[in-house]
Design a binder for this molecule. Sequence first.
Ligand SMILES: Cc1cc2nc3c(=O)[nH]c(=O)nc-3n(C[C@H](O)[C@H](O)[C@H](O)COP(=O)(O)O)c2cc1C
Length: 203
Amino acid sequence: MHALVVVSHPDSASLTHAAAARIAEGIARSGHTAEIADLTAEGFDPRFGAADQAAHLKQAAPPADVVAEQARIDRADALVLVYPVYWWSMPGLMKGWIDRVFANGWAYDEVPGGRTEKKLGRLPVHLVGLGGADRGTYVRHGYDVAMRTQIDHGIFGYCGAPVATSELLLVPPDAVDPAEALAAARALGGRLFEAARRPADAA
Ligand SMILES: Cc1cc2nc3c(=O)[nH]c(=O)nc-3n(C[C@H](O)[C@H](O)[C@H](O)COP(=O)(O)O)c2cc1C
């Protein structure tokens, strides 16, 4: 099995990148493969432009960079998004990646009669947000619920992609040691394809 691990953070030495690397390591240790897609290093353009709008209206084919991203998701058996929480959501770079790549006709299809066909039912999604605030702040203000509603349900639910994991790894600035967050990331990678292994184990 193969996972695409998409990471959005400007600093390759960040905790976010370390978490993505641990997830990939956990996946590899469990006998599967992972590709890390570093949106910053790859220079992905997150701006939803005229060509994207034309594709959205099905007046033109999607831009080549979008088709390439869709193809690498198509090659994956699971999608993992790893990102720092910015303003109780994902960074603009990752949001733009979703705006452009999870396009009408590929992620979902607006069919005549106003119905929407969900097209990503085959793709388990794992969400790993790293945040600097403590859990009490998330709960008190409802940010955790708001994020799940908007990201898990609003984006992936809309496309039919099952959200298998949705985790916030909270590392306040005064945290003594981020090792716990990294251990959790590796454990997540290790069990990513657990369900897929079970039938073989049973056979
Ligand atoms: C622009 C910006 C917005 C942020 N907004 C939030 C936020 O809304 N909630 C939160 O918990 N942390 C927020 N943070 C803190 C980051 O999530 C935190 O610094 C990051 O996850 C730590 O991981 P890193 O070392 O990989 O950057 C924000 C940081 C930045 C730079």
